[in-house]
Design a protein around this ligand. Structure first.
Ligand code: MRU
Length: 355
């Protein structure tokens, strides 16, 4: 049955603001517990929000941005000194920004809320009301951007196709229907049948724990593969399209995303499969010339050596754990944005769309 695209809903709210500006807090779906438990975490202080972002309770570039926007409001409540409000808010913003370095949506949202605070006259309570209003606007805008991405991306998904994705750039990573998954949800709502291959995504398994979970909830045909199966699955002719998300896109089109994405792009090129990135305008960072300048988060060794409780490497072993990699622009066929599909991807087309 065909569903109106406006009726497509994420399976569960990832971030929600509960209460008012003076007493409210962000409630986050605890994604570390999926796919077995649907539980929520209330963040009542700046430290709670910082910790939730760091531990990946909330994760995915746009969702981190939305959570951080609300984090600015809840974190500002301890500031009682109206005279130093601007300085204190700046300190709070820097603190939240330092929780995870790669996704630019985090600092984009923090800076937006700070700008609104600076342009608001009145006492701390009035400023806090304005900040909440801005955080809510970021939240609502993200939902709309996902839908817009979906309407563009849907055209790339033909009946019977195999579409591969990596990590989770889905509803769980945004306030809407995701970025990489947005076209899948729209095509599915239009009655199209296709298969999504979800890379498991070592070490934290966002592909199998999150993407497979949300697609299954929506009735999209999803198949989990381990990361090292992607080459074989492509060679067998099961994949005709790759769509992943991004955490930060530089001015030349180089795109950072979850570790392993670069490898998928190389494999797609080898098998002549178009590789697309899906991302809203808030993921572009035109202050960086190329992907070389994108900061790459390093994660702790425990995530590799005992990811889900069981030791899988010898005690005391050294590890190296970059959480993201950068796919060079020459491997990217197009970037599906809320403002249209960028193709070819280069400085001019990016400038054109970013205005
Ligand atoms: O470490 P994570 O789970 O936050 O990594 C998420 C990703 O890499 C996503 O693909 C990216 O943030 C885009 S989300 C629409």
């Amino acid at each position: 049955m065909m569903t109106q695209t406006s009726d497509i809903r994420p399976p569960v709210a990832v971030v929600e603001w509960v209460g008012g500006a003076s007493d409210g807090f962000p409630r986050l779906l605890d994604q570390t517990r999926l796919p077995t438990e649907t539980t929520f975490l209330d963040c009542r202080s700046r430290e709670d929000v910082f910790d939730a972002i760091l531990r990946l309770v909330v994760r995915g570039a746009p969702a981190i941005g939305v959570a951080a926007g609300y984090g600015m409001v809840v974190g500002s409540r301890v500031i009682s000194d109206d005279a130093n409000l601007a300085t204190e808010l700046e300190t709070l913003g820097k603190y939240l920004e330092s929780s995870r370095p790669t996704a630019v949506n985090l600092s984009w949202a923090v800076r937006r809320v700070l700008k609104r605070a600076k342009s608001t006259d009145g006492d701390a309570a009035a400023v806090r009301e304005a900040m909440l209003d801005e955080a809510r606007a970021i939240h609502a805008e993200d939902e709309q951007m996902c839908l817009a991405i979906g309407k563009h991306a849907e055209k790339l998904i033909a009946p019977g196709m195999g579409v591969l994705t990596h990590c989770n750039a889905g509803a769980l990573a945004t306030a809407g229907i995701g970025t990489a998954t947005a076209g899948m949800y729209v095509a599915h709502a239009m009655g199209r049948k296709f298969t999504v291959y979800c890379d498991e995504t070592r070490p934290l398994l966002q592909g199998s724990r999150l993407t497979a979970w949300e697609l299954q909830q929506a009735g999209v045909n999803a198949v989990v593969i381990t990361d090292n199966m992607a080459a074989q699955v492509m060679k067998e002719g099961r994949v005709q399209l790759v769509i992943t998300g991004a955490d930060r896109i530089a001015a030349n089109g180089d795109a950072a995303n979850k570790i392993g994405t670069y490898g998928v792009a190389v494999l797609a090129a080898r098998h002549k499969i178009p590789f697309y990135i899906a991302a809203p305008y808030s993921t572009f960072d035109l202050s960086l010339q190329s992907g070389e300048e994108i900061p790459i988060e390093q994660r702790g060794s425990e995530e590799i050596t005992r990811g889900f409780g069981r030791r899988t490497a010898p005690e005391g072993i050294a590890t190296y754990s970059p959480a993201f990699d950068v796919t060079p622009v020459e491997l990217i066929q197009g970037i599906i944005t809320d403002r249209g599909i960028l193709q070819p991807v280069n400085e001019e087309t990016i400038q054109g769309i970013m205005g």
